[in-house]
Ligand binder design. Structure first.
Ligand SMILES: N[C@@H](CCC(=O)N[C@@H](CS)C(=O)NCC(=O)O)C(=O)O
Length: 200
């Protein structure tokens, strides 16, 4: 969502929710009122709290169409959504904090097996995305076409996540090439976790 805001040149007032402090601020009653799913991000707009990154990004794209994050052509739009969903629905939920905490705290999974879980789902998920993109083009700069889209808004944070878990990204040459291009852009650089005011 931060990448999308930056690409569109939009400013949003930021309110930080610490996912680790006090057992996780996302579980506080106050935050649950904002998002019953206890997940960030949330965009408060038009008197409503909108959650789910892709819903937020598509909303922003509709009300601020000047830097489109979906291409014009329906087949290309579907490709962007295909890749975005392959990441947001199939990869990210399996390495999310609450899922990993459940494995460890409730199911007694040890650290080594937790890492195996994360790497297995990340590697197989990223491999599929690599192949989806490989099927499309060579000399690729972005996930679809020649400009950043919702697919890139999903891919780049997930590659950051992969590194956090020491996933070997060497086999994913297309994904790394896309990352290189995206990270040369100010909008992606400014969205990096380390650049946020609440970065530890
Ligand atoms: N599908 C949701 C996922 C949101 C999500 O999982 N957010 C993470 C941070 S990246 C979170 O809030 N985790 C808190 C937790 O696992 O307890 C989206 O795309 O917005």
């Amino acid at each position: 969502v931060r990448i999308a805001l930056n690409l569109k040149g939009l400013e949003a007032e930021q309110v930080f929710v610490h996912l680790g402090r006090n057992g996780g601020e996302q579980f506080s009653a106050a935050f649950k009122d904002v998002n019953p799913q206890s997940l960030v991000p949330v965009l408060e707009t038009e008197g409503k709290a909108l959650s789910q990154s892709l819903a937020i990004i598509e909303y922003l794209d509709e009300i601020h169409p000047e830097y489109p994050l979906l291409p014009q052509q329906s087949s290309e739009r579907a490709r962007c959504r295909q890749i975005a969903l392959a990441i947001a629905c199939e990869i990210h939920p399996l390495n999310n904090l609450r899922v990993l905490n459940y494995l460890v705290d409730e199911l007694g999974v040890d650290e080594v097996r937790k890492q195996l879980w994360v790497r297995h789902w990340m590697e197989s998920g990223l491999q599929a995305v690599e192949e989806l993109i490989e099927a499309e083009a060579s000399g690729v700069r972005f996930c679809v076409g020649d400009r950043p889209s919702i697919a890139d808004c999903c891919l780049i944070p997930q590659l950051f996540n992969a590194r956090r878990f020491d996933v070997d990204l060497a086999p994913f040459s297309k994904l790394r090439e896309i990352e290189r291009h995206c990270m040369s852009l100010d909008a992606f650089q400014r969205a990096a976790p380390s650049r946020q005011p609440d970065a530890a």
